[in-house]
Design a protein around this ligand. Sequence first.
Ligand SMILES: CC(C)(COP(=O)(O)OP(=O)(O)OC[C@H]1O[C@@H](n2cnc3c(N)ncnc32)[C@H](O)[C@@H]1OP(=O)(O)O)[C@@H](O)C(=O)NCCC(=O)NCCS
Length: 195
Amino acid sequence: MFTTDRLQLRGFEPSDARSIFDLRNNPSVQPTMSNEYVVPRGLKFMEKLVANAEEAVIHNNLEGVVPSDGRELVGTTSITMTHPKNRDGDFVIVLSPKFWGQGYGEEVTRWVVDHAFRSLGLHRVSLRVFDGNERAKKMYRKVGFVEEGRQRKVHWVDGHWEDSVLMGILQEEWDLDAHRARASVASIPATDPLF
Ligand SMILES: CC(C)(COP(=O)(O)OP(=O)(O)OC[C@H]1O[C@@H](n2cnc3c(N)ncnc32)[C@H](O)[C@@H]1OP(=O)(O)O)[C@@H](O)C(=O)NCCC(=O)NCCS
């Protein structure tokens, strides 16, 4: 099983299509995922989402769907190896707004990054985030992503321009963080008299 503390990750199933469509059609979610027009999307959009999800499986990318207890869809995440030679994966995550702010994003992102380095053989994970998406930027920084560059004023959103920020994390940075975490646990003095 592909599980985090509170979630499961599984492949796309045809019955997910409606939930994914509703999520990606949500007007609060649309401008975080693309710089296209924010408009109500129809059947063609749903077909595209399904085709992408199915293709992701065929091309051996991870297209994890994230149900909490297997019943309700929390969101989707994927990592796409666009250039396998460079062992670089493009990371995407989108969760339903009712699940925001409960640490699920960080939980899933940490799992995917760890999986990317430990099992998929990647040496870096990349992503793009719009500059106004403070929640996502904060979460990515907590996981260890750093800003690597930006495309200026590419997104006209809610009456202003926003930059697209390129972020990345390298395997050695992830390993160093894990090493530091282990070291700090080991250095905590045992106060329990049983020890
Ligand atoms: C981005 C997303 C995946 C984050 O998931 P999440 O579960 O809400 O994130 P988490 O709860 O793990 O972490 C969010 C952090 O941002 C903080 N935060 C929330 N709103 C914030 C704001 N306006 N400004 C700064 N920080 C904010 C939270 O307090 C939390 O930090 P903390 O853990 O130190 O308290 C989710 O909000 C989402 O799916 N958004 C829509 C799609 C999207 O933006 N995807 C990313 C595109 S690059």
